[in-house]
Design a protein around this ligand. Structure first.
Ligand code: HEC
Length: 199
């Protein structure tokens, strides 16, 4: 008996609450009641607003020395022989040697960006080279085989001699993938070379 009274009472309260919540005028252009907003509402300065709180009166701050913009990998090398050799010493490939995905990706990127000049096997007999462009040296020769990954990356990024740089059209990851693919193309020649040298 008591339970029934309580249930009816609760039901009545719920109905009243629902009716009230719909009846209460809501103004969506104003914030709700804020309880202890603390420091949520500070004065805002837009990037180019003058700002009395900074030494130079500007809002936009100089990035701290050595900051790197998101997504930007610094490449502090010039298109010069000594910088290519420095890249050979300093840059390490981020791609594992047995990363088959990277090698496949490198093969596709090589076909699109390098094959026109370097040819399908890297021998230097691409279509562009056959039509009068100064042919590149074969990538299967000792010279290219012995170039460190970092130097290959330097050549692809900035170019060398008649080869234009490819930083603009081939992403950083793809450049490293291409190098892994070139290594697989070079493998037979490299083994011959290693055999010859051990004699
Ligand atoms: C427009 C034609 C062209 C394209 C495209 C091109 N190259 Fe080259 N590449 C050359 C030429 C020409 C040379 C010789 C440069 C020189 O005179 O030192 C060269 C040199 C090289 C060398 C140095 C070889 C050595 O033994 O010194 C590498 C490595 C190389 N290219 C890799 C690539 C890769 C990887 C790509 C694709 C991302 C590519 N190239 C795209 C024309 C091209």
């Amino acid at each position: 008996m008591y339970m029934r009274t309580i249930n009816v009472g609760l039901g009545a309260i719920m109905v009243i609450a629902i009716v009230l919540s719909f009846a209460a005028a809501r103004d969506f252009s104003r914030p709700n009641l804020e309880f202890l907003p603390d420091m949520v509402h500070g004065p805002t300065y837009q990037a180019f607003d003058p700002n009395p709180n900074t030494e130079d009166g500007k809002t936009l701050r100089q990035p701290a020395a050595g900051s790197i913009a998101r997504g930007q990998m610094p490449f502090r090398y010039e298109r010069a022989e000594e910088d290519a050799l420095r890249a050979a010493r300093e840059l390490l490939s981020p791609v594992a040697t047995d990363d088959q995905n990277a090698i496949d990706r490198g093969a596709a990127a090589f076909a699109a960006f390098c094959q026109p000049c370097h040819g399908p096997t890297g021998a230097g007999d691409g279509m562009v080279s056959k039509r009068g462009y100064p042919p590149p040296p074969s990538l299967l020769l000792e010279h290219a085989i012995k170039m460190a990954d970092g130097q290959l990356y330097h050549v692809i990024t900035l170019g060398q001699g008649n080869m234009p740089g490819h930083a603009g059209q081939v992403s950083r990851e793809d450049r490293w993938s291409i190098i892994k693919y070139i290594r697989t193309m070079q493998e037979p020649a490299r083994q011959l070379l290693a055999g010859g040298m051990s004699k």
